[in-house]
Design a protein around this ligand. Structure first.
Ligand code: NAP
Length: 515
């Protein structure tokens, strides 16, 4: 019997031994930088001439790794391998499948700081954020293992005299997992192992900015005893390989996490029935956010400032759940703004290998340019209170930026920036604050800071987001505690890390037998 699920504790870096262990892991990973990683198709290593190079965003000249790059021929091989493996994997006892996840969790737990150190180097994550990413990966493995065992029992339905009925779940087939770089370990792990534990086989295309940590994870699955072909690792260009995999007639399920534009396009393509395809594809797409922290008149204003700060600037605002908007009641607006600006001015930005830096770089040059251009728009639309500067000479660093007095319809109040920028807007009253909070195309997360019970109840009904928090930040969902997924153009609301998630990877079957 497995112990009941509990989320993986975060590392306490105030303890010297923990700090030392993390520093050792950083040193160990530094020695491993610059290596080559092949594709893995049907358990075989495939090296290509064409490579994806993964660079450290904090040190532009530091090569994290050089990864073979799939083309369409190799993507085809990966699909065939997954299809073949599916014929046996689908029949493996679900408990056996679950045990492989538990074993993989144990391996990562033993090498926890090493995985986090890869995230520091490859994704530019500060220690605390990297540690949380690794903990979440472990959580997905542990949680989905238990969920599968539970799901395997099926659900109660009714039988009648002379007729016995059963209702159970059966896997779908070849799954294409396309993952983002911002939770380069956790989301990649969660969206790869959910199909696996439910009996599907996977072709994994990780983000091109963070393929090395994905390669490390596929090795862990092999060490944990996953049979060949059940996961196939094929980094490649989203446009070239991604489309091919999505369009393939043998693809049954697509699980994508990333931007709205790519997700919507993929959703449309997956709807087309291709020659030789005899099923409709199931699609899970989890996309962007433009998340709001609402501050009521009757609120703890220090808590409000702290919540805005953490929501906006954790991992430099590069979270789908980042609180990139603060909507504040007019009576407390000036005070909350002043407090938040004071806190932001104390934040440190720099190389995340140094624990003293609260914020690291943004992921790459393209992101740097995009965020800086939004800051320029914001300076025209509102009042720059702090930050606004970027430095890309050694890495892609941007100062935490607060822009105030924005119209609710301003560009930087509406579009996902995915960087350390928070836009402040003033609300006349609580109704108005909720109206502004709901005025984007997204509906992912939100937070309300208030002491007013009636307003809490009102927000529960009217604040239209998939994950709503009270009197805290709007980031940091924990597997099994805060099932995660958004409304509107934030996606299909699959609720990763929640009790309904695995069933989305399966087909329910009703079996009725007469006696
Ligand atoms: P992205 O540019 O959309 O990329 C996501 C993945 O899609 C990558 O693996 C990418 O590959 C691939 N891709 C790109 N073009 C493709 C195409 N034409 N066909 C198929 N695949 C394609 O997003 P990102 O910049 O990595 O991630 C940031 C976005 O993800 C933000 O919008 C954020 O809000 C969202 N996000 C959402 C959630 C959630 O749970 N809702 C969680 C995390 C992040 P390449 O890297 O090779 O281009």
């Amino acid at each position: 019997m497995l112990q009941p699920y509990k989320h993986e504790p975060f590392t306490d870096f105030t303890v010297e031994a923990n700090r030392k262990a993390f520093e050792e892991a950083l040193g160990l990973v530094e020695k491993e930088l610059g290596k080559e990683y092949p594709l893995i198709i049907n358990g075989e290593r495939v090296t290509t001439e064409d490579k994806i190079q993964s660079w450290n965003p904090a040190r532009k000249d530091q090569l994290v790794g050089s990864v073979s790059k799939a083309n369409q021929d190799l993507a085809e091989k990966a699909i065939q391998s997954a299809d073949e493996a599916f014929q046996t994997w689908r029949n493996v006892n679900p408990e056996e499948r679950a045990n492989i996840l538990v074993k993989a969790a144990a391996i990562i737990r033993r090498r926890k700081h090493e995985f986090s150190a890869w995230l520091v180097h490859e994704a530019g994550k500060p220690w605390k954020e990297a540690d949380a990413d690794t903990a979440e990966a472990i959580d997905f493995l542990e949680y989905y293992a238990r969920q599968m065992i539970e799901l395997n029992r099926g659900k109660e339905i009714l039988s009648r005299p002379g007729e016995q009925n059963r209702y159970f779940y059966t896997p779908m087939g070849v799954t294409v997992t396309i993952s983002p770089w911002n939770f380069a370990l956790a989301i990649m792990v969660g969206s790869a192992v959910a199909p696996i534990v439910t009996g599907n086989t996977v072709v994994l295309k990780p983000a091109s900015t963070t393929p090395v940590v994905a390669a490390k994870f596929v090795e862990v699955l092999e060490d944990a005893g996953l049979p060949k072909g059940v996961i196939n690792y094929v980094p490649g260009s989203g446009a070239e390989v991604g489309d091919y995999l999505v369009d393939h007639p043998k693809t049954s399920l697509i699980t994508f996490t990333g931007s709205k534009d790519v997700g919507v396009r993929l959703y449309e393509r997956a709807a087309v029935v291709r020659p030789g395809q005899n099923h409709l594809k199931r699609v899970i797409v989890e996309m962007g956010g433009k998340d709001t922290v609402v501050v009521d008149r009757d609120a703890d204003l220090d808590l409000a400032a702290e919540s805005i700060l953490v929501s906006a600037f954790g991992f430099s605002g590069q979270k789908c759940s980042a609180g990139s908007r603060a909507v504040i009641h007019k009576d407390v607006y000036d005070e909350v703004l002043e407090k938040t600006v004071a806190l932001a001015k104390n934040l440190t930005v720099g190389d995340p290998t140094n624990r003293d830096n609260y914020m690291g770089p943004v992921i790459d040059e393209k992101a740097f340019e995009k965020i800086m251009s939004y800051i320029e728009i914001g300076k025209k639309e509102g009042r720059l209170m702090t930050g606004g500067e970027g430095d890309s000479s050694t890495g892609f660093f941007i100062q935490p930026t607060i822009i105030a007095d924005l119209d609710p319809e301003a560009v930087i109040m509406q579009e996902e920036i995915f960087g350390p920028v928070v836009a402040f807007s003033k609300a006349n009253d609580f109704d108005h604050a909720l109206e502004i909070a709901n005025n984007t195309e997204y509906g992912l997360t939100g937070a309300v800071i208030t002491r007013n019970r009636a307003h809490i109840e009102q927000a529960k009904r009217e604040f239209h987001v998939g994950n709503l928090y009270f009197n805290r930040n709007c980031t940091g969902a924990i597997v099994g505690y805060h099932p995660f997924g958004g409304f509107k153009m934030s996606g299909t609301d699959s609720k990763a890390g929640g009790p309904d998630y695995l069933a989305l990877h399966m087909q329910a079957k009703t079996v009725s037998e007469m006696y």
